[in-house]
Write a protein that binds this ligand. Sequence first.
Ligand code: ARG
Length: 413
Amino acid sequence: MSEQKDRVVLAYSGGLDTSVAIGWIAEQTGAEVVTVSVDVGQGGEDLEVIRQRAIDCGAVEAYIADARDEFANEYCMPALAANGLYMDAYPLVSAISRPTIVKHLVTAARRFGASTVAHGCTGKGNDQVRFEVGITSLGPDLKCLSPVRDLALTREFAIEYANKHDLPIETTKNNPFSIDQNVWGRAIETGFLEDIWNAPTKDVYQYTDDPTYPPLPDEVIISFDKGIPVAIDGQKVTPLEAIQILNRRAGAQGIGRIDIVEDRMVGIKSREIYEAPGAMTLIEAHRELENVTLDREQARFKRTVADQWTNIVYEGQWFSPLKKSLDAFIESTQEYVSGDIRMTLHGGRATVTGRRSDTSLYDFNLATYDAGDTFDQASARGFIEITGLPSKLAAARDVSFGNGEDLGESVLS
Ligand code: ARG
């Protein structure tokens, strides 16, 4: 029996770089290449077409997975529960898709007996970290390979290689941007956007229409059950459907466009454009429902936990012990996050106009200034006395040591 060749599993998008990587990895390492393509709702080409291209480019096996529901349920929903916005702005679009893809890469590595997992990321970004930290978390024995970074697979080389080997892939289409997209949103970088004074042009956007010229306002009611969107305008939906529907409706209003200079893990600041109409609308609605249903101290502490969750997810620690522990806390906060949020989608904004919940902590009779007020205002006096006591004592001491606040002439006279 001849000895089994070593195998490399390659994360395959169907684009130029990863198509060339199939043959290039085989040449450089002597291994057979198995491709893995995962549908996380990026749209575009059919997975079957991509599968066939992988085979035509020399892959010995081509694994494809429709992970759209998995991605929505197990990755987007926890990001929603955390209201996950890196630097208070970026809804983690690429950061949460990488661990989804990693799971399938490791599954394929096991199934096809591969020792190594490869991906098409460069050596400058966050995604290489997310892939490789994820891969070694789920498969500590697996090796990682980045042909762009480790095997000098440049764009010029890729074009030359594809032409020389007559690969069934377009080499002439010159897209100025580097784009990553899935159902949670779309990330656009490079090209003229690298001059951070340059405004994005129309052609940058695909998920959103120009918010300056919106159609008529669109009213929507989003119903949540324990932090998960379960219905839109009374129609039952899965998480995937909720995101897709809101991508369309909020996208038509130009909601969820983001333009920031972002702190990457490798220390570089980079200009990023995002569009995430569904994600940003859901986060806005979910946040407001939490305002109604979370206890004040629980809400405050949750913001701290969620901020940490967001940072470590951005930094590729999806499968880490800390992330699991933070998940448990965040999940426990969602117990009563159920009810309806009504919003008006218009001109780039999703504005909450109403909330309704059986598990609300809002008490009309406590809040009202009308008759029927049940709040005992007399008890506020003692509360203020006690809550102000430490500062009162300290201020008296300052005065006795000549360090009192100078409140100016008018107060003294
Ligand atoms: N900067 C974002 C992140 O690190 C997006 C990266 C997306 N990748 C791309 N090729 N556009 O999550």
